[in-house]
Design a protein around this ligand. Structure first.
Ligand SMILES: Cc1ncc(COP(=O)(O)O)c(C=O)c1O
Length: 368
């Protein structure tokens, strides 16, 4: 046999490692016992709406066929929800795919891609994959995006700016007015990917205020997901409000059937249950207040969250030790070190019982 040495593309060396929150099975293996609760991936603690589960069951026998390449029914439903033209709706295999496709469609090597830091940990992948140079702009006081500083970093090479609002991992939020002002001041040749994975959970603004901006700023794409407020993270479906030409560009760089049949059917059903989403959001906000108060009572001050998770600075407490001790008590949270800022943890809100367990475990560990 002839020995062949495979050489991989150079970009592989640039690719950052994306460390997802521990899967429950892995957590059980690592910490033992069946009582593990996962508060590490900003998922919904509540399963999908029963009508969504039924729709998936009804579609399953048709899986011998490919899905609609253009996801027409799903895009029409999303368009109805936003009172928009379906031509302005793109869908993707999770909003991550839309973000990656946006970078692929926009950036050549040596272009620049701008984002705040710490922010969503997929953004460095967009740069690595497309070859663009990443420019990270530190968050301002209060863990907020420093939009003025971001504007100062815009150069002739800037192609894409990612704004995560509310921001992951800090949960902080800027009002739609600030976003509009940012778009106004940005050169219109620069695209803004406004990543609104958690927008439904914010209680400061009309949640659809930014979607109205898409008509005003053709360089703005608003990216949302079914993974969080709809409780469908395992389905992998996200969508974008954008210009028809931007949608065509996204479609051009992806494989043709990226949103599978079950995802199309389920998301098209889910978007019709606005009451259910509102209820989930309300329950999440109740848990947000509960967790924030509990954390404060333990002497820590979380960042002001408008999302379904809290970002908690630990002061002198050792982050690695704390996360390990919580894990041993069956509570899995995320380390700040893996999210761009050591000395913090990020905890997703679970059910009331899960949040009580988190707070009890945190109290025990801090007391020790
Ligand atoms: C800010 C942000 N954007 C996008 C995503 C990706 O979501 P999706 O499941 O739609 O790919 C996440 C997931 O955690 C996120 O935190």
């Amino acid at each position: 046999m002839v020995a062949v040495t495979v050489t991989f593309a150079q970009k592989l060396e640039r690719m950052p490692h994306y460390e997802a929150g521990m899967h429950e099975d892995a957590a059980r293996e690592a910490f033992g016992g069946d009582q593990v609760i996962k508060l590490a991936s900003n998922e919904s603690p509540w399963g999908p709406h029963p009508a969504v589960v039924e729709a998936i069951g009804r579609a399953a026998p048709r899986l011998n066929r490919y899905p609609d390449q253009h996801a027409r029914r799903l895009r029409r439903r999303i368009a109805e929800r936003f009172d928009a033209d379906p031509a302005r709706i793109a869908v993707g295999n999770g909003s991550c795919e839309l973000l990656l496709a946006a970078a692929e469609a926009l950036c050549e090597p040596d272009d620049e891609l701008l984002f705040a830091w710490p922010s969503f940990s997929i953004y460095p992948h967009l740069a690595a994959l497309s070859g663009a140079r990443e420019i990270r702009v530190p968050l301002a006081d209060g863990y907020l995006h420093d939009l003025d500083a971001m504007l100062e970093e815009v150069t002739a090479a800037t192609q894409l700016v990612c704004v995560c609002n509310p921001n992951n991992p800090t949960g902080t939020h800027l009002g739609a007015e600030r976003i509009a002002e940012f778009c106004e001041r940005l050169p219109d040749r620069v695209t803004v990917a406004l990543d609104e994975a958690y927008i439904e959970f914010q209680a400061a603004d009309d949640p659809d205020a930014t979607s109205d901006l898409v008509a005003e700023y053709p360089n703005l794409i608003v990216i949302r997901t079914f993974s969080k407020a709809y409780g469908l993270a395992g389905l992998r479906c996200g969508y974008a409000l954008c210009t028809p030409s931007f949608r065509a560009a996204l479609d051009a760089v992806r494989q043709p059937f990226s949103v599978n049949e079950l995802a199309q059917v389920a998301a098209a059903e889910a978007i019709q249950h606005a009451d259910d989403v509102a209820q989930r959001v309300e329950r999440t906000i109740v848990e947000r207040v509960f967790v924030e108060e509990g954390v404060r009572e333990l002497g820590l001050e979380p960042a002001t969250s408008q999302a379904n998770f809290s970002w908690i600075p630990l002061g002198d407490v050792d982050e690695g030790e704390l996360v390990r001790e919580l894990g041993e008590r069956g509570v899995v949270v995320r380390r700040g070190a893996g999210l761009g800022d050591p000395g913090h943890i990020r905890v997703t809100y679970g059910t009331r019982a899960e949040n009580e367990r988190f707070l009890a475990a945190l109290g025990e560990v801090l007391a020790a």
